[in-house]
Design a protein around this ligand. Structure first.
Ligand code: GLU
Length: 272
């Protein structure tokens, strides 16, 4: 089987140096393994995803000299797959509809209520009441039941440079698997697609390390194969913080307009 890697950006802005580090890391790893790279556009967010950003991603990758195998996969065209996975989890009795707003959750939470690894208040929170009981519902996973459904075998993943890592999906609480505004979530779509696309090696940033616990849980619940993971370092901004679009890191295209070359980008991201 050809080792299959993927680069899976969200088209919610232009790629910046952090994405370049990620992309070059993915392509170098695939090259070293004699594998191929798929490009997957993670455009499930109907508000923040824009076709012009998706088009720019393809252009920027081409400018970096990176080419992918086969057609580009777009998650917005794959909602049927996610619906089928959701229906399966539902049939197992593992989902519930949640109409709580962020404000409802915050109002019911004690000041020291536990948070998930992304910093959101961790559900369930006893006594939380939806202020709009007829409003749109998200679908959440019943984490305690999901963990019980796994049986006694320990949940873990294989991290390239670390070996076997114990997964801790319980840290996430009742994760959202379908949002109010879109019929899937990042966690569900990524677990379904990595399997459906035959991805054997997931190379991505360290910011998604903790999310791997949820992905492994979904893989086990849905009988999906287990890829190998490698979470690479993140590029630090000059002030030591993680680079991000929202904090105004310069996009690759603005650097290009300033006269940067591909080699300048490779130098800026350092060894991968
Ligand atoms: N779409 C995610 C992002 O741009 C990456 C998903 C992944 O690699 O699992 O942060």
């Amino acid at each position: 089987m050809t080792p299959t890697f993927r680069f899976a950006p969200s088209p919610t802005g232009f790629l910046h140096l952090g994405h370049a580090l990620s992309a070059v890391t993915v392509w170098r790893a695939a090259e070293a393994a004699g594998g191929r790279v798929l490009l997957r556009i993670e455009d499930i967010d109907p508000v923040r995803s824009k076709p012009e950003f998706a088009a720019a991603i393809e252009e920027d990758l081409a400018w970096l000299g990176l080419s992918w195998s086969g057609p580009v996969a777009r998650q917005s065209e794959r909602f049927d797959l996610y619906a089928a996975a959701l229906a399966r989890l539902d049939a197992m009795g593992l989902l519930y509809a949640c109409r709580l707003s962020r404000a409802d959750i915050a109002a019911a939470a004690a000041p020291d209520a536990p948070r998930d690894p992304d910093g959101a208040l961790r559900l369930p929170i006893a006594g939380a009441v939806a202020s709009d009981p007829d409003g749109p519902a998200a679908r959440r996973l019943r984490m305690d039941k999901a963990l019980a459904a796994l049986g006694p075998e320990r949940l873990s993943w294989r991290e390239q440079d670390e070996g076997v890592v114990a997964a801790r999906p319980q840290d996430w609480g009742d994760v959202v698997l379908a949002r109010k505004e879109t019929p899937t979530s990042y966690h569900l779509a990524v677990a379904v697609d990595d399997a459906a696309q035959g991805v054997t090696d997931v190379v991505r940033g360290r910011d998604l390390y903790a999310a791997t616990s949820v992905h492994r849980l979904l893989q086990r619940l849905l009988d999906l194969p287990e890829p190998v993971y490698r979470h690479h370092r993140l590029l630090a901004a000059p002030d030591g913080d993680k680079l991000s679009k929202s904090r105004g890191s310069p996009s690759l295209r603005s650097l290009r307009a300033e006269g940067w070359t591909r080699d300048d980008v490779l130098r800026a991201i350092g060894d991968v």
